[in-house]
Design a protein around this ligand. Structure first.
Ligand code: HEM
Ligand SMILES: *[C@@H]1O[C@H](CO)[C@@H](O)[C@H](O)[C@H]1NC(C)=O
Ligand SMILES: *[C@@H]1O[C@H](CO)[C@@H](O)[C@H](O)[C@H]1NC(C)=O
Ligand SMILES: *[C@@H]1O[C@H](CO)[C@@H](O)[C@H](O)[C@H]1NC(C)=O
Ligand SMILES: *[C@@H]1O[C@H](CO)[C@@H](O)[C@H](O)[C@H]1NC(C)=O
Length: 523
């Protein structure tokens, strides 16, 4: 039935305008006591003043004018920005429950709803996760489902890693292979970080799947490529635009489409692995994270809950790959770059390794006796600042610092402004390990050291990461001295990405002979 009568059309238009008005009116009421911010333009909001490649920079500038709690509008999306240690910590720790949700981000939504062009090309694969699957898992999950999945992830990572020394041994085994690769370059410059990504990815693989891959395995290389690409693309301006104008942008080619295709391929890989694990499952011999999940799935059949679905497992694995691979290897790349940039600091770390560990394998207990190395690792993480911002949403209405934030408000927390907070770090923009040392050379904690964030939503892989960083880093410096290629200028500014990597650079890994290490010991 078509309406052709002009009077009816006019009435309908008036009705629409009226409804829009009511809708707007009620929204304006909600935002009456909202944090201040720059005046938004229609449709684009404050996009015109944002540095799309490095939104952090603009936001930190704005906080100087509007304070540590302010608002910006990206397109039609209002968001609250929190800056500086005191404010960020207050929200994450003292208002942990209130700020514990994640926002609905259009690029992620899009992966669920049959986005047209992919539907035609990969119909079958699409069917696999057309459901609500993207919001299962941990990273982007909501409500009760998130709580259950987070608990599962953290206890599994703990049981497979900490306590039993399993993880420590795995890292040491993996290192031996990494070392051979580094050594094969004979001290000549190289820029192949697939090796480092592979080593870190293998630690995750052994927890999730129970085995490692060869660095040359094409399936493994493809998977690593997909994951690193996506983490990189998520930080691109095209995706920011997509999140602002999804309906418009879905017609244009660009990074957001690549992201969708990459996630699809990753999920297909994971689904295959799960199918295989199901066939091989032995309830009395639990070997991997997948096994544990599948056992819970069987137990759950007796109850009436439905947390341990295949979709939730797929998303947990996909989240762990996305959150846990590129982050750790990017930090290690920063570590080597900074050691090349500051050879004296590298020398000091090597000396401490000599004194405390000598030629033995490093273990986490050593860390307590190595204040300098510990401080350097902390400072690497602070300076590298690889996750500059995090996105949360309010789980309920909350009054915070005198402002009213309705339930579901998008909250953007600037970790850069915490890790570089002038009130907590003497030289925030410099690489300065003394930030974590007292005048007697003892290690001191700094409360503003929050690279893993804090509170209910904090990094689920923090403990595992700390162990990986310590062992990989000390072992690399035990065997090699890292040097800039002859004549190279080292740039220690960050590149663009969701996880911020260093600028492209080559490294020289010069093997330290045992002779040399003993000589150094005598001096
Ligand atoms: C240098 C390495 C890493 C850094 C700097 C890092 C940092 C972070 C940060 C800042 C968050 C967001 C916290 C928030 O929104 O409040 C996060 C979340 C998360 N990370 Fe990490 N991470 C690292 C490595 C890992 C590893 C190795 C794993 C997995 C084993 C992992 C798993 C996760 C998960 C599952 C979440 C989501 C937690 C949730 O939403 O409840 N991360 N990480
Ligand atoms: C990087 O190293 C991997 C693993 O050894 C190898 O398969 C790949 O071909 C290398 N890539 C380049 C560009 O040299
Ligand atoms: C994941 O678990 C939750 C439990 O709350 C369930 O509601 C949801 O349907 C599961 N996800 C999928 C895609 O099955
Ligand atoms: C690396 O260092 C360890 C410990 O000092 C030593 O046992 C090993 O032989 C070294 N590897 C090489 C190739 O020099
Ligand atoms: C890390 O270890 C500490 C101390 O054992 C523990 O309290 C904390 O819950 C662990 N964190 C995670 C994310 O596993």
């Amino acid at each position: 039935m078509f309406i052709t009568d002009p009077v009816t059309i006019l009435l309908l238009i008036l009705l629409c305008l009226f409804l829009v008005n009511i809708f707007h009116g009620s929204k304006d009421n909600l935002y009456q006591n909202f944090p201040p911010g720059p005046k938004p333009l229609p449709i684009i909001g404050n996009m015109h003043i944002l540095n799309l490649k490095r939104p952090c920079r603009t936001l930190i500038e704005l906080s100087k004018k509007y304070g540590s709690v302010f608002s910006v509008q990206i397109g039609i999306q209002k968001m609250v920005v929190l800056c500086g240690y005191e404010t960020v910590k207050d929200a994450l720790v003292n208002y942990a429950e209130e700020f514990s949700e994640r926002p609905d981000i259009p690029i992620f939504h899009r992966i669920i709803k049959g986005y047209g062009f992919l539907m035609f090309r990969q119909k079958n694969a699409m069917k696999l996760y057309i459901n609500k699957s993207f919001f299962s898992g941990v990273l982007f999950a909501h409500g009760e489902n998130w709580k259950v999945m987070r608990r599962f992830t953290i206890t599994t990572l703990r049981d497979y890693g900490m306590g039993k020394k399993i993880l420590e041994n795995k890292i040491n085994e993996e290192y031996a292979i990494l070392e051979k690769k580094f050594k094969s370059f004979g001290g000549k410059p190289f820029e192949n970080f697939t090796i480092m990504n592979g080593a870190v990815a293998n630690i995750m693989m052994s927890i999730v799947l129970g085995h490692r891959f060869n660095y040359e395995d094409p399936v493994f290389l493809r998977l690593i490529h997909l994951i690193t690409e996506n983490v990189k693309l998520l930080g691109s301006p095209m995706v920011m635009l997509y999140n602002t104008f999804p309906s418009l942008m879905s017609w244009l080619p660009g990074s957001h489409k690549a992201i969708l295709e990459n996630s699809l391929e990753t999920q297909t890989f994971i689904k295959e692995v799960i199918t295989k694990s199901k066939q091989e499952l032995d309830i009395n011999n639990e070997r991997t994270l997948i096994d544990r999940f599948l056992i819970k799935q069987q137990e759950e059949k007796q109850e009436s809950t439905n947390y341990f679905s295949d979709e939730n497992l797929t998303m947990i694995i996909s989240n762990l790959f996305a959150a846990g691979m590129d982050t750790t290897s990017t930090t290690l790349r920063w570590a080597l770059l900074l050691m090349m940039k500051y050879p004296e600091i590298q020398k000091n770390v090597q000396n401490e390794i000599e004194q405390v560990i000598g030629l033995a394998e490093p273990h986490t207990e050593h860390q307590k006796e190595m204040p300098y190395t510990n401080a350097v690792i902390h400072e690497i993480q602070r300076f590298a600042n690889i996750v500059p911002t995090i996105s949360h949403a309010t789980a309920q209405d909350v009054t915070f610092k005198g402002y009213f934030l309705p339930k579901g408000t998008y909250v953007f927390l600037i970790l850069t402004s915490v890790l570089r907070d002038e009130a907590h770090f003497e030289k925030p923009d410099e690489f300065y390990p003394q930030h974590f040392l007292d005048s007697n050379g003892r290690f001191v904690k700094n409360e503003a050291f929050l690279p893993f964030a804090a509170g209910k939503r904090s990094c689920a892989g923090e403990n595992m990461t700390r162990m990986e960083l310590f062992i990989f880093f000390t072992r690399l410096l035990q065997n090699f001295t890292f040097q800039a290629p002859p004549g190279a200028e080292l740039d220690i500014n960050p590149a663009v990405g969701f996880v911020t990597p260093p600028m492209p650079h080559s490294i020289c890994a010069v093997p330290r002979t045992q002779d040399q290490t003993t000589k150094e010991k005598i001096h």
